[in-house]
Design a binder for this molecule. Structure first.
Ligand code: SF4
Length: 192
């Protein structure tokens, strides 16, 4: 389904003077879309001043990576809340309040990309793909009691919330407190 698009003037969001060692000179906001995962919020799309191919293997070493496909130059990071997805020539951020906040996030992202590039010699670039956990795999690690203490109607709904970075494992009270779930708790915390 084609999403209705909200026009956004291209805006360069890194106002400081680029340094010669910077990977990116700029990350421009090019589009915004309604965010289906969170009604009332938007997705912002940014265009980097050069392809991200060389820096993606280093960004893929960050601890909040949930999916990485080196062949397709596609990387998804979890943020709280929402997701950041990188392609070779595109960045998108979900669950943003408005375009002004999107500009701030893109500016912070440009700085993070440049900082990662600056420190790349201290990192081992990622070469293996990493997959998003499947909902059933996540559900299997939850208590599966549908007790609703987390505010979701079912444990499966909570599993989707984890995958879409709307929820955190500790928001399931039984998982957080009951010793019987200690192993599952550790497993989910390692992923989310
Ligand atoms: S609190 Fe935990 S066990 Fe209860 S419905 Fe939510 S995810 Fe399932």
């Amino acid at each position: 389904m084609e999403l209705p698009e909200q026009p956004a003037r291209p805006s360069f969001i890194d106002p400081r003077r680029p340094r010669p060692e910077d990977f990116l000179e700029s990350l421009a906001l090019t589009r915004t879309f309604p965010c289906l995962a969170e009604p009332g919020k938007i997705i912002v799309v940014g265009r980097p001043s050069r392809p991200l191919d060389e820096v993606l293997p280093y960004l893929a070493t960050l601890p909040n990576v949930i999916a990485y496909n080196p062949e397709q130059q596609a990387l998804t990071l979890r943020r709280q809340p929402g997701l950041v997805t990188f392609g070779s020539q595109r960045v998108s951020i979900t669950q943003v309040n408005d375009a002004a906040e999107g500009l701030e996030f893109l500016a912070a992202l440009a700085e993070a990309i440049n900082a990662t590039w600056e420190h790349r010699h201290e990192l081992v670039p990622a070469v293996a793909p990493k997959q998003v956990p499947r909902p059933l795999d996540v559900w299997a690690l939850l208590p599966q009691s549908n007790c609703r203490a987390c505010g979701e109607a079912t444990c499966m709904a909570f599993a989707f919330g984890l995958i879409h970075a709307r929820r955190r494992p500790d928001e399931c009270p039984p998982l957080r407190t009951e010793p019987a779930y200690a192993d599952r708790r550790l497993a989910l915390r390692a992923v989310f």
